[in-house]
Design a protein around this ligand. Structure first.
Ligand code: C5P
Length: 226
């Protein structure tokens, strides 16, 4: 039996990986995994349950294993995130939730508890997986791996626009600081750090439009429908 094909798109926040991945998945008619949303949903659930990472890690691991999470296609091409039936899509998009997710994501046991849930997204006809360790840990056998980067300033500006579109007001200088902190934590951790897989193609998207990034991907993967 041939394996279901996977394209992995990893990179720091604001590198454009979310938009690119969603577009690729839509154009190919493939499934889309927003792995960051899983870490964010866990952070939301941990906060709701009032659990502390330092003292109650085992409970957090259990919560991660049992998380009643569902993704529902949204009008904007993305997915609504439902936790036990409640739509938490907007609540998990704040930088505060991102920072909490990043703290939980540094723990190896918590990552392990979320691993199979991510692999289960690999369903025919194919999967575009977006995250930090898609190409290194979750789908190491993916046929095509990309790692998107962009300057910290550009990433903060993109994030500002994204949040604004979702009705969340923030400021570019503040986002620059919090995103830089989060990326430093994600890149510096021992467990699944934010690094390109050895066989990933690294693309700096600072000066590139969405169509240009998709053009590069199309050239590399050669799928006709892109
Ligand atoms: O991609 P997003 O910004 O939604 O991810 C939120 C946080 O979740 C990241 O900063 C990172 O710490 C964590 N994450 C991860 N591995 C992934 C996806 C996200 O550690 N595959």
């Amino acid at each position: 039996m041939t394996e279901v094909p996977v394209i992995t798109i990893d990179g720091p926040s604001g590198s454009g990986k979310g938009t690119v991945s969603q577009q690729l998945a839509a154009r190919l008619g493939w499934h889309y995994l927003d792995s960051g949303a899983i870490y964010r949903a866990l952070a939301y659930a941990v906060e709701l349950a009032g659990l502390e990472l330092t003292e109650e890690k085992e409970k957090i691991v259990s919560l991660a294993l049992e998380l009643k999470l569902a993704f529902k296609p949204a009008a904007d091409g993305g997915a609504d995130v439902l936790l036990a039936g409640t739509d938490i899509s907007s609540s998990i998009r704040t930088e505060e939730c991102g920072a909490m997710a990043s703290k939980l994501a540094a723990d190896g046991d918590i990552r392990m508890a979320l691993l199979q849930r991510q692999r289960d997204f690999r369903q025919p006809p194919g999967l575009v997986a977006d995250g930090r360790d898609m190409g290194t840990v979750v789908f190491p056998d993916a046929a095509h791996k990309f790692f998107l980067t962009a300057s910290a300033q550009i990433r903060a500006e993109r994030r500002y626009k994204q949040l604004k579109e979702k009705g969340i007001n923030d400021s570019i200088p503040r986002l620059f600081t919090v995103i830089s902190e989060r990326d430093a934590r994600d890149a510096g951790r021992t467990n699944s750090p934010l690094i390109p897989a050895a066989d990933a193609i690294v693309l700096d998207t600072s000066e590139m439009s969405l169509e240009q990034v998709i053009g590069h991907v199309r050239q590399k993967v050669g799928y006709q429908s892109l």
